[in-house]
Design a protein around this ligand. Sequence first.
Ligand SMILES: Nc1ncnc2c1ncn2[C@@H]1O[C@H](COP(=O)(O)OP(=O)(O)O)[C@@H](O)[C@H]1O
Ligand SMILES: [Mg+2]
Length: 406
Amino acid sequence: MNTTSLDILIAEDDVGHATAVRRSLENTYPDAAITVVTSIREYREYIARSIPSIAILDLNLSDGRTIDLLSAPAVDATFPIIIMTSCGSEQVAADAIKRGALDYMVKSPDTFATIGAMVTGALREWHLLQDKKQMELQLKESQARIIQQEKMASIGQLAAGVAHEINNPMGYITSNMNSLWKYAEKLAQFIENQGQALEMCADEATKASIFEMKRQIKLDFILKDFRDLITESLEGSKRVSKIVQDLKSFSRAEGDYPIPANLNDYIQSTINVVRNEIKYVAQLSMQLGDIPPVICRPQQISQVVMNLLINAAHSISDKGMITVATMTSGEMVEISVVDTGCGISPENMEKIFEPFFTTKEAGKGTGLGLAISADIVRKHGGELLVKSTIGSGTTFTVRLPIEGTR
Ligand SMILES: Nc1ncnc2c1ncn2[C@@H]1O[C@H](COP(=O)(O)OP(=O)(O)O)[C@@H](O)[C@H]1O
Ligand SMILES: [Mg+2]
């Protein structure tokens, strides 16, 4: 145990007892910094400034009972505490243990002499408790991670199934809509020509009855509206197809093989694809650095960059700036996408990588972009980092191992 950095705090208002405890501790721990306080007030002032390695507290001080400072369980305290009592108050001392003290001693010349050993024991127990706590925390974290992975895997399967089921009907809905459009155009043309022919050769009574029928079925309105209806439906099917496409890539089985890829080239062509989405809201700056080929599945990395770029564009409501940069950092290559958009609130920050989490209106966001991206980057043995300030912008950084996953 490193005793040089030991800070021992004694709270004792009896000068004789305080001196006895201090002397005894100085014998065991000659290098420790020992502080004596004589009241609850001073004690509070001390721990507001610094955390002692251990505190030895007399049960009763002039301005209150130290037992009231404890809060169980001992393992959750910020430092270990030993309570000292006078002879006859052992019951209270036992209470103190229940309330979170690590140990207690009944004051006497004999116990003063052995307080060093007691402190050593208490510190050892404290460290064991802290290690155990740490291990429990790690266990909880890894359980949470496994649950999250399971969740992602089952959502992936679900998504693949749904995408497959929707894809086929969407195909014929879109193709039928296109045919309908052509047929309806022809019908409209035919009705118009027929109308003109009737106008020329039909008798007045027939013309009047046809005119009345036209009026009743609101033919003029129908002829105008069918185009809007079909355009809207085609727009709707395009949206559904986009969702299906996202779902498919989310659940995509490992397809393409890792190859050494010049990511700057891939980023350049990705930018070409999304430039239209970006140009109305932001100026694009590229700072593509001198990076080595990275062993990766480049289409997947392009998809990540595309998701980040589109998110960046969506985050900007007026005019802003998006910067894409690449650089080498040790064994990794970094791709960062920086925007001057709305930023992400701390509450949302916890959820943005969850599948289907979106703050966007229906049709604009599926909430899958970041979940897919994080998954792709993780499978590449890399990490996807985010930093954001509300109102001033967000930086996403993709870090990929140059040598790929081993
Ligand atoms: N660059 C960004 N700036 C601000 N918010 C962002 C940014 N990128 C992602 N977000 C937030 O994270 C959410 C999830 O993003 P994503 O998974 O791509 O789904 P989607 O874009 O479909 O909403 C977005 O709805 C948005 O709230
Ligand atoms: Mg997105």
